[in-house]
Design a binder for this molecule. Structure first.
Ligand SMILES: Cc1ncc(COP(=O)(O)O)c(C=O)c1O
Length: 400
């Protein structure tokens, strides 16, 4: 092509997790018996009372544009939820509803970061953080962590990564892909660094209610309320209420930032879907047993997956403490050869091998900045988890 497209798309890759999920689904559609342990969404259906609210909205003709930042009732319900979960008081003007938490994060990066800015991203990270930062022209600075420390980076490493250009940090706990939860001490240490260096803090709390220790949500503001003026919390209905397809998420934080996000959104997508906003309202204000029921199921499956994977020689993983992901170190098998003679070199070749030989879809850790590991989702029925792990074990045993 003679006409050149914009520089910003030259390096932009498709989301690895969405791509693998699509590949697994298409193999399945061709009749291949694939066990999909790559999904980034709950396998449960959206609860009936939430669906009913959307149907009612359609029947009532609630099908027009809404205010860009969301319908007032939903913004109020978001404030009520934050009060319930974190004990923090916010006004509806300090909230903005977007098309998923992903758009909230994208808009925030546009609102907060300039070319030349650096943004701290803690590895292993959710796949979309680096591109979202890059699309704002800023540079993601990756701070590593290790499995031995349950993927909690050392505060010293974080401090060393901060330069005069550092403008913000993105936090995600419970974490996709690790399934781990940052300790209160770590969050307090991060808060101190952010305060000292005047950084924006984006707290991606999308899995905050999917934790297995019976404790309520905790984020950086829980341990350092003084950071309120520089922190924006991001959340949504996708994971908590099994509503990934409805595309409703939000950002909550200082009014000027929220208003900037709304201005950006007003020039791109306008409001999130009117009908989906009504469904999200029903999710937040209706019965919450569906959340605890899903959490109990995920906890049981986490234990099942952990127990089964721990029996496979060479695999290492911390026990998942939230979300629906286990992050598993397969590197003991790197350097070995497949029955066809191919060398397993990294998480990509391991992921391909598991898909081809074991017919199990996982997500190679390289997508999350950790090439030794693969992400295994337990948003799946118990039998599928058992079958999937058994097949993984058999495939690994064939490596020489
Ligand atoms: C850590 C994290 N943040 C944000 C999102 C985006 O969620 P949403 O469906 O609300 O856009 C996801 C979805 O996979 C996620 O894992």
């Amino acid at each position: 092509m003679k006409r050149k497209m914009a520089d910003r798309v030259q390096q932009l890759k498709p989301s690895a997790t969405l791509a693998i999920n699509a590949k697994a689904k298409s193999l399945r559609a061709q009749g291949v018996d694939v066990i999909n342990l790559s999904a980034g969404e709950p396998d449960f259906d959206t609860p009936e009372h939430i669906k009913a609210a959307a149907i009612e909205a359609i029947k009532e003709g609630f099908t027009r544009y809404t205010p860009v930042a969301g319908i007032p009732e939903l913004r109020e319900a978001i404030c009520a939820q934050i009060k319930r979960d974190y004990g923090l008081t916010y006004a509806p003007e300090e909230t903005v509803v977007s098309c998923g938490a992903k758009q909230a994060l994208f808009n925030l990066a546009q609102a907060l970061f300039d070319p030349g800015d650096e943004v701290l991203v803690l590895a292993p990270y959710w796949v979309s953080y680096p591109p979202i930062v890059e699309l704002a022209g800023a540079k993601p600075v990756i701070v590593p962590s290790s499995l031995e420390k349950d993927f909690e980076p050392a505060l010293e490493a974080l401090a060393e990564a901060i330069t005069a250009k550092t403008k913000g940090i993105i936090l995600n706990s419970p974490s996709n892909p690790t399934g781990q939860i940052y300790s209160s001490e770590f969050l307090a240490g991060v808060a101190e660094l952010c305060q000292k260096n005047d950084l924006w803090v984006i707290s991606d709390d999308i899995y905050d209610k999917l934790r297995f220790d019976g404790r309520g949500p905790e984020n950086i503001l829980s341990v350092a309320p003084a950071l309120r003026d520089q922190t924006i919390m991001v959340n949504g209905v996708s994971k908590t209420y099994a509503m990934t397809g409805w595309r409703i998420g939000w950002a909550v934080g200082p009014k000027e930032v929220i208003s900037a996000v709304a201005r950006i959104q007003g020039q791109s997508t306008s409001n999130a879907t009117s009908i989906a906003q009504k469904a999200a309202l029903a999710a937040l204000t209706g019965p919450q047993d569906c959340v605890s029921e899903m959490c109990v199921a995920f906890k049981r499956r986490a234990e099942l997956l952990y127990e089964k994977l721990s029996q496979i020689p060479g695999l290492k993983l911390p026990k998942p403490r939230g979300t629906f992901y286990a992050f598993v170190d397969f590197s003991a098998y790197y350097g070995r050869r497949t029955p066809a003679g191919q060398e397993i070199k990294d998480s990509l070749s391991m992921g391909d091998y598991l898909l081809e030989e074991a017919r199990v879809a996982t997500v190679p850790g390289v997508a999350f900045g950790e090439d030794r590991a693969l992400r295994i989702s337990f948003a799946n029925a118990d039998e599928e988890i058992i079958k999937g792990v058994t097949r993984i074990g058999e495939a690994l045993a064939k490596l020489t």
